[in-house]
Design a protein. Sequence first.
Length: 459
Amino acid sequence: MSRPDEPAATQEEPSPAVLKKAIAASAIGNATEWFDYGLYAYGVTYISAAIFPGDTAEATLFALTTFAVSFLVRPLGGFVWGPLGDRLGRRQILAITIVLMATATFCVGLVPSYDSIGFWAPVLMVFLRMVQGFSTGGEYGGAATFMAEYAPARRRGFMGSFLEFGTLAGFSAGALMMLGFSAVLSDDQMGSWGWRLPFLIAAPLGIVGIYLRTRLEDTPVFRELEAQGKEEENVGSEFKDLITRYWAPILKLVGLVVALNVVNYTLLSYMPTYLEQSIGLSTNFSLVVPIIGMLAMMVFVPFAGHLSDRVGRKPLWWVSLAGLFVAVVPMFMLMSTGVVGAIIGFAVLGLLYVPQLATISAMFPAMFPTQVRFAGFAIAYNVSTSIFGGTAPAVNEWLVTESGNNLWPAFYMMGAVVVGMIALSRVPETTRCPINGTEIPGTPEAPPQLEYETAGSRS
C-alpha cells in the first residue's frame, strides 16, 4: 500500500507543443463520447422505428430505455478502468477506452433493422450501448486526469476547460449532423439508411484519438510516481485506501456531481422533450434551441477556465450554484412564453452553468492524490452520474406528468444545487496547487499554492 511521503517538488511542466498534443488527445475522447449522445438523442425517432418493435410510442420508449442502459454500466467501467489507470498508467487505459467507445458508436450504424433480424436488433443495440457506457466509465475520469496532470499548475483551469469545450462541441456536432441529414434526405431515406451515416463517422474520430494518445508519454505526474515506486501495490490495496483514507473526497465529489449532472442532463438531454411536450414548441424549434444555447456556452468555457486560474475554482462554483438557484424558476417561466423566451431562458441557464462546466477537469482530479486519482475520480463521478445524471430526464418527465406542473424540473435543479453547495463548502481550494505527490492537493502536507502567473512572472 502506498504511503504518504515528504511533499513533492513542483511538478514538471511540459513544452507548449506537448501541451497542445495532450489537450487534443484528452478532448477528442470527450468529444467522441458526446458526439454519440448527440446523434442518439437527435436521431431517436429514426432509431426507434428501425431497431425496436411496437408502435411509435412503444418503440421510442424502448429506444430511450436503451440509451439509459449505458449509464447503468458506467460505474462498472469506473471500478474496472480507474484502478487499472492508477497502476498501468493513464495513457494505456485511455487508448483502450477510446477504441471501445468509437467502435461501439460506429457499430450502432451497422445494426440490422428489426424487420431484418427480429429481436436480435434491439439485443445488439443494448449490447453496444453497454459497451459504450462501460468504456465511458473510464474515459472521462481518465481524460480529465490526463489533462490535469499534464497542465502546468498555474494554467490547469484554462487547459482543462478544453475538455469541456470538447463536450459541447461533440454533442452539438452530433445533433447538427443528424438534423442536417434529416433536412436533405426524405423521411423514407432517413428511416432506411440516412440515420446510420453519422454514426459511421465515429470510426475516423477513434483513429485520430488513438493516434494522438499513443504518440504521447504518460503524464509527468504519473511518471514521477512510478519512478519513485509509490503507486498502489495492487487493486485490492487501492480499494482499501479509497474506503479507509479517501472516503471524504469521494463523498464530496459525489455531492458536486449531483449538482453538476442534474443541471447538465436537464439542459442538454431533457430540454428538447420538455420544450416540445410541456411548453408546446414545434419539434424543430425544440431541437434547435438547446443547440443555440450550447454554441453560446462554448464561447465562454475557455474564458471561465482562465478566470478560475486567477480567482479560484470555488468562487466560480459559488456564483454558478447561487445564480442557478435564484434564476432557474424565472428562466423556466420565461421559456414557457415562446421561442424567443426559450432561447433567452436556456442561454441564461447555460451561461450560469458554464463556471461549473469549465472547471471540473481542473477541480475534480485535484481532490485526490496521484496514486488513487484515476480510480477515486472515475468511481465517484460515474456512480453519481449513473444515479442522478442519467436518470434526470426520466425523473423530470415523471415529475411533470404526475404533478401537472411544468416548473418541477426547475425545482429538481434547485434541490440538486443545494446538495452541491453543501459539498462545495467542504472542498479545499486547489487552484494553482501542484497535484503531484501522494498527499491530497490543497492540504497542509501537499506542495503549496503557486502565485498567479503573469507575463512578467512566467518561469
